[in-house]
Design a protein around this ligand. Structure first.
Ligand SMILES: Nc1nc2c(ncn2[C@@H]2O[C@H](COP(=O)(O)OP(=O)(O)OP(=O)(O)O)[C@@H](O)[C@H]2O)c(=O)[nH]1
Ligand SMILES: [Mg+2]
Length: 294
């Protein structure tokens, strides 16, 4: 039996959460086309007859611009220390290494942990570009392996898992086989609402929102939950945008989130959403602690 801990790192939007969901076989981490979607370390567990691998998805590595960004950076370093293997993801559509990846490459080398370079989104990539990237990166560090994948099309992911298992030590089962994540139901609900908000709002309010479930109650004798949640934003003007004309935007966010939550919980949901302003919460320690529980 092989077992161990594997952390997924890389720049924002490279496909870390998409890969985590594919590895865990279910949706645990939210995915959007916007950078800096993931804010905390999210664990997904893969069980095989011969192995148990605990994968941790992390926020995209970037230069912190506020206190939230600093917390996210700390999360990445914490999640990357003392693990057995690091998966360093780069985007297959990148043309060169670039400044962001120069910074990450240095960090990854500093971690001094066995690292697999994973080239993502190969469904979008010309072979020549792939070979170019492999050449550039292999000249910079002695990776345990370089593996191209498409998490979207489930291409190369099994090769990646085999390589990870090969690198893991003999070990015990760390978690019961039916466990698949460190995320609570409440956290998954909050993240689902945030995902829908990011998608529905598009670029209007990029990153300044947070979601908190205020209450969650089961109706007696029914397969129905009443859930109340608050969407926090940074400015009064943002509140108007989130709610939309005649409440239209908030309604769409609520409907889409409800559908996903119902599927996850296998029961009916009555979801009530509220929008509140917490001015500048991402850069104020006490407000950050109130809103962001990561
Ligand atoms: N075509 C293609 N798109 C992908 C693939 N993997 C991820 N994407 C897309 O890339 C975007 C970012 O994916 P995420 O998984 O959220 O990326 P991330 O690295 O977790 O991003 P952050 O949490 O912001 O750091 C989404 O629009 C995904 O659908 C892939 O294999 N192929
Ligand atoms: Mg992510």
């Amino acid at each position: 039996m092989k077992s161990g801990f594997v952390t997924i790192v890389g720049r924002p939007n490279v496909g870390k959460s998409t890969l985590l969901n594919r590895l865990a076989g279910q949706k645990i981490a939210i995915v959007t086309n916007k950078p800096q979607t993931t804010r905390t370390a999210i664990t997904g567990i893969l069980n095989r007859d011969d192995a148990q691998i605990i994968f941790t998805d992390t926020p995209g590595i970037h230069k912190p611009k506020n206190k939230l960004g600093e917390k996210m950076a700390e999360t990445i370093d914490d999640a990357s220390s003392g693990v057995d293997v690091i998966l360093y993801l780069i985007d297959g559509t990148d043309k060169g290494i670039g400044t962001a990846n120069e910074y990450i490459l240095k960090k990854v080398i500093d971690y001094k942990t066995k690292t697999i370079l994973v080239i993502t989104k190969v469904d979008l990539v010309q072979k020549e570009n792939l070979l170019e990237l492999i050449k550039m990166y292999s000249e910079r560090h002695n990776f345990e392996a370089i593996i191209p994948i498409s998490a979207k099309e489930d291409d190369g992911v099994d090769v990646l898992v085999d390589k990870v298992v090969e690198l893991l030590p003999e070990g015990p089962l760390y978690y019961d086989r039916e466990e698949f994540t460190n995320q609570t139901e409440r956290q998954i609900i909050e993240e689902t609402i945030r995902e829908k908000a990011l998608k529905v709002l598009d670029d209007e309010i990029p990153h300044g929102i947070a979601v908190e479930v205020m209450s969650m109650k089961k109706r007696k004798g029914k397969k129905l939950y009443d859930i109340e949640a608050t969407i926090y934003c940074e400015r009064k003007s943002h509140k108007g945008i989130i709610i939309g004309k005649d409440g239209e935007k908030l309604k769409v966010i609520g409907t889409r989130a409800r559908e996903d939550i119902e599927e996850m919980m296998q029961c009916s949901i009555n979801l009530q959403l509220w929008v509140k302003v917490k001015e500048g919460w991402r850069d104020n320690s006490s407000k950050l602690n109130q809103v962001f529980k990561g």
